[in-house]
Design a protein around this ligand. Structure first.
Ligand code: SAM
Length: 221
């Protein structure tokens, strides 16, 4: 038992990685390929992707949206957790990132479950609503521009079914959310979303100190 979350120093983190990860060889290869990459820090941590996959299976999810694909690690892990007819709508601004992700998804054999959408995520999510897909998604994972999070929250709530889960990465911003001297626009937007999530009666809510902070908001019926 414990009354507060423990700090993960390097040995404890290494123990956790060694004793809990169930990455497939292709997931491991993609993660290793991003080590030392100039933007490699953007990749979602493996224990967090494993949690997302477990949540999807718990919910019997089949329709997922990802906002922020990068080279496809989290989308790959979520696609692997879906049934054969499952769908991940994968949204990213960058055609270059999406092209790299597509190659990895092909190699992992999950491309048939992933629908790439290149462009600003606010536009992609709006297009899904305009196509009549409100209330038809089980799960949304947001891991992109933090200033866009408030808009992804409102659009995402419309796209989710009641009981669906809307999730946001980087809610702790490496600890900067708690530093009053930090006032960059991404941190300010993250604090604003945190305050909104805490007060919003439309969702049940939990903020988890995994990775860089993962917010879970379940749409109430
Ligand atoms: C942190 S990375 C995503 C990491 C990914 N989830 C993974 O596990 O590898 C953020 C991604 O968001 C994308 N992005 C940034 N702003 C965006 C926007 N307005 N709309 C869509 N994607 C955006 C970036 O191109 C980048 O690939």
């Amino acid at each position: 038992m414990s009354r507060r979350t423990i700090q993960l120093d390097t040995p404890v983190h290494e123990w956790l990685m060694t004793h809990s990860l169930r990455e497939t060889p292709i997931q491991h290869e993609l993660r290793m390929a991003m080590e030392g990459h100039p933007e490699g820090e953007m990749q979602t941590s493996p224990e967090q992707v494993q949690l997302l996959a477990l949540l999807l299976k718990t919910m019997k999810a089949s329709r997922v949206i990802e906002v922020g694909v990068f080279t496809g690690y989290s989308a790959m892990g979520m696609a692997m957790a879906l049934p054969d007819d499952g769908l991940v709508v994968a949204c990213d601004l960058s055609p270059e990132h999406m092209a790299v992700a597509q190659e990895w998804w092909d190699r992992a054999g999950v491309s048939d479950r992933i629908q790439p959408r290149v462009g600003p995520a606010s536009e992609s999510l709006t297009q899904l609503l305009e196509a009549g897909e409100a209330g038809s998604y089980d799960f949304i994972y947001c891991d992109a521009d933090k200033t866009g999070y408030p808009e992804y929250y409102e659009l995402g709530l419309q796209l989710l079914r009641p009981g669906g889960l809307l999730t946001f990465d980087n809610m702790l911003r490496g600890g900067r959310v708690a530093d009053p001297l930090v006032d960059d626009e991404s941190t300010v937007a993250t604090r604003e979303l945190a305050a909104k999530l805490l007060a919003d009666e439309r969702v049940d809510y939990s903020l988890n100190p995994i990775g860089d902070g993962l917010a879970l908001a379940m749409k109430r019926g």
